[in-house]
Design a protein around this ligand. Structure first.
Ligand SMILES: [Zn+2]
Ligand SMILES: [Zn+2]
Length: 168
């Protein structure tokens, strides 16, 4: 996801460009990342910011079923040109590898989107908000009805889960 920002670098501070994102991060199981990022020329860099929406498949925190998960996250990073746009000389300092605009004025969003997408995956997924989870004694999925254990135990377990659900 490389973008040529030569023109934007020549424009006055405050100039912006929008860039639509529609990608996926296959090796992390994130099958869609969509949205729009705004690139803003600042007095020292290009600021990339926006909100993206991602989708992945995870495991329910209670019953271990597969869960389709969609989440939003905000991004904000500054990218520094390794070349001074007016003098053409290589500038020192500010830039590091992942947030550098290279000497062809290409800004690469790939690593930024990857990192934010992965870090933002919700850690406690539920298949449904009221998921009953697994029976702690026999391991049956309680969403599919009662298990072998006594109704007494089951009711207590459900009551606890309902209480947890309300607290969440
Ligand atoms: Zn579940
Ligand atoms: Zn049971």
């Amino acid at each position: 996801m490389r973008i040529n920002v030569a023109q934007l670098l020549k424009e006055p501070v405050g100039s912006t460009r929008s860039h639509k994102i529609n990608t996926s991060i296959d090796d992390e199981g994130i099958d869609s990342v969509k949205g729009e990022l705004t690139m803003t020329r600042t007095n020292r860099s290009i600021l990339v910011a926006g909100t993206l929406r991602a989708a992945t498949t995870g495991t329910c925190n209670r019953c271990l079923n597969q869960v389709r998960c969609k989440y939003n996250f905000n991004l904000e990073e500054e990218f520094f040109s390794i070349i001074d746009i007016s003098s053409g000389s290589v500038s020192q300092g500010e830039s590091d590898n992942s947030n550098a605009i290279d000497n062809n004025n290409m800004l690469d969003l790939t690593e930024m989107i990857r990192q934010y997408s992965v870090l933002s995956i919700p850690t406690k997924l539920l298949c449904i908000p009221e998921c009953a989870g697994l029976c702690p004694s026999c391991g049956d999925n309680l969403n599919q009805g009662s298990c072998q254990c006594s109704n007494q135990n089951r009711n207590e377990h459900l009551a606890k889960l309902v209480k947890l659900g309300k607290e969440n």
